[in-house]
Design a protein around this ligand. Structure first.
Ligand SMILES: [Fe+2]
Length: 288
């Protein structure tokens, strides 16, 4: 299905990207129960103020598979918090008419059949929004349906998937998304493809729980890689530099913009309780 919405006099499409929601543990005084209400209220308000046409979820809704401490909940207790996230949160996050894609993270090592059964989504996917084709890759798709606890096996971008989808939509600009892009582990074929394919605008991923915009470097044609932050715990040395939030992508006629949106929330860190103001950070503009 293609999305091509317009708003007021300017034709634009609004997409929300999120990752690393980890609807399973307490961080900063926010239990899963509190998070559920916070997250749903944030997205409901966001939709009410400026409706989005698509919600792209880039993995780690849980610690269903996890190598450490209490280990992953799925192998240990048969509990899938990714499934619970779909049931508890998604209906309010994505009102009727919003296209949703939900790919797996490294803490969701389910094979395709089980992922579909638990969540109703595909491990890898794509979506056309206006003039942009989003390709959602399954870069942590190794050693699926494990019987041992681990943090996932990185296999990188599937070039065949990329080429097939880009050929299917020859008139669309392209944004690559994944739970994670490990730029050092990717292939030379991927590097030169990114560098040489002018339709590829940028890459989006989560996994490091940080919001920032950086260049992929010369071998990738210096295209931006944009990190999608988190809605759980910060990957920044100073956690207040990246609090719970999500990324907006606006697709206009002549390019895209993206910013990290940080709603106002109350946190407890090291016994200090504080409330943050609404903020926007780490914005970027890419012209077609
Ligand atoms: Fe994560």
């Amino acid at each position: 299905m293609n999305i091509n919405h317009s708003k007021t006099e300017t034709k634009r499409t609004r997409v929300i990207l999120m990752s690393d929601i980890h609807y399973c543990n307490e961080w900063y005084g926010i239990t899963p129960e509190i998070k559920r209400e916070m997250l749903c209220a944030d997205l409901e308000r966001e939709y009410e103020e400026d409706p989005y046409q698509a919600l792209l979820l880039l993995g780690d809704y849980s610690l269903d598979h996890w190598a450490w401490n209490t280990k992953g909940t799925y192998l240990t207790h048969g509990i899938s918090n990714a499934k619970r996230f779909v049931e508890h949160c998604l209906p309010r996050m994505a009102p009727s008419g919003v296209e949703v894609r939900m790919i797996a993270g490294n803490h969701e090592q389910y094979g395709e059949a089980l992922w579909q059964k638990l969540t109703g989504f595909n491990r890898k996917d794509h979506l056309v929004c206006g003039s942009v084709l989003f390709i959602l890759l399954d870069t942590f798709g190794g050693d699926l349906d494990p019987v041992e606890h681990s943090d996932g096996t990185y296999i990188g971008a599937n070039m065949a998937d990329l080429r097939v989808l880009m050929a299917r939509y020859p008139d669309k600009k392209v944004i690559l998304c994944a739970h994670w892009f490990d730029m050092q582990k990717e292939t030379d074929e991927f590097r030169s493809f990114i560098a040489q394919e002018p339709r590829i605008l940028c890459l989006f991923c989560g996994h490091n729980h940080i919001s920032k915009v950086v260049s992929t470097g010369e071998e990738y044609g210096n295209k931006p890689i944009i990190y999608t932050g988190h809605y759980s715990y910060s990957g920044d040395m100073n956690p207040v530099h990246c609090l719970n939030g999500y990324r907006e992508v606006l697709i206009m006629e002549d390019g895209i913009t993206s910013k990290y949106i940080v709603p106002s929330h109350t946190y407890t860190m090291e016994a200090v309780k504080f409330t943050t103001e609404y903020a926007e950070q780490d914005d970027v503009e890419i012209k077609f």
